[in-house]
Design a protein around this ligand. Structure first.
Ligand SMILES: [Cu+2]
Length: 315
């Protein structure tokens, strides 16, 4: 049992644990954040194919950069405590009673408040700035991109295929999603039957496709290339096979493709046969629309389902 004098002398000799933990933690935190930002961030999903995808990658990177130091602090503290304050042979003495520590408590409350409130502000800005973060915002979106004439594309889900209608090109319809690079796109997502979900992963866009609902989502393609569109809402037997492809092409290639599709479908009389463009479709027009889809894209299915079709016109 130590005498009071010896204890007082021991307390004086006690090293500054806080500073030591801080000095161990700091280089680890800096190294982790540098690795995350420069090595990992360039490979974060969903990539950089569109404005929404870039924003999502950025959000994940910011979260990781903020979380890594917190996690490392917990690990550093735990390792330091396990090594320095472990039970030693022959030491049966109780630890000193703890009555709180204003400095530690103030730092804790201050730091966690800054992190949580900072993330609240960051999250709100990141939801608004990329025009709804690529998610469907319903028929009357609050957050719209600052773009003069976005390309409107209607995404129509049905068991079990997506088709795409272009109201600015006479309402022509395609079974592949073509988008021009660098132009804002305004998706109008709807369904003809059950609930589906339009999920263009590489574009960072996911929006519910509900019958009778016009669900609007925005994005701006930033890279040329092909991406996959997958249904993301269990919608029946062939839900897993409900996918097709989209392409981001140059504005001139898009113009050529869209005009050619419109011209061909107008010539074939298909445009006239399809129901007029609307944000949603009454179920009574489904047979009409389905018939047109078969004519346009050769999508057929003996049991009432449609296979992913062939490329109609490639630019
Ligand atoms: Cu589906």
């Amino acid at each position: 049992m130590a005498t009071p004098e010896a204890t007082a002398a021991g307390a004086k000799a006690e090293p500054n644990h806080g500073l030591r933990i801080f000095l161990i933690w700091l280089p680890l935190a800096v190294a982790a954040d540098l690795l995350i930002w420069f090595l990992w961030y360039p490979h974060f999903p969903p990539g950089r194919m569109s404005s929404s995808a870039s924003h999502q990658s950025f959000d994940i990177a910011i979260m990781a950069v903020l979380c890594a130091p917190v996690l490392l602090f917990v690990w550093t503290y735990a390792a330091y405590a396990l090594i320095n304050w472990r039970h030693r042979e022959g030491d049966d003495e109780d630890g000193p009673p703890i009555f709180g520590n204003t400095k530690v408590q103030a730092t804790w409350i201050g730091a966690t408040s800054v992190i949580v409130l900072g993330l609240f502000v960051f999250g709100t800005v990141e939801l608004i700035a990329p025009a709804g973060a690529g998610a469907g915002e319903g028929p009357a979106p609050i957050w719209k991109p600052n773009a003069a004439a976005p390309l409107q594309v209607q995404v129509i889900g049905q068991q079990w295929a997506f088709t795409y209608r272009y109201p600015q090109f006479g309402g022509m319809q395609s079974s592949e999603l073509f988008l021009p690079d660098n132009r804002w796109v305004e998706f109008h997502v709807t369904s003809l039957d059950v609930i589906h979900s339009f999920w263009a992963y590489k574009l960072g866009v996911k929006a519910d496709a509900n019958p009778g609902v016009d669900n609007v989502a925005f994005t701006q393609p930033k890279q040329l290339g092909t991406f996959r569109v997958q249904c993301n809402e269990l919608c029946g037997l062939w839900h897993g096979a409900m996918y097709n492809y989209g392409h981001v092409v140059t504005p001139s290639a898009f113009q050529t493709w869209a005009s050619a599709m419109q011209f061909r479908q107008a010539n074939d009389g298909i445009l006239a046969e399809m129901p007029p463009y609307a944000t949603t479709y009454d179920p009574t027009v489904i047979p009409q629309l389905a018939q047109s889809i078969v004519k346009i894209d050769g999508i057929t299915g003996g049991a009432g389902y449609y296979y992913p079709p062939q490329d109609p016109v490639t630019p």
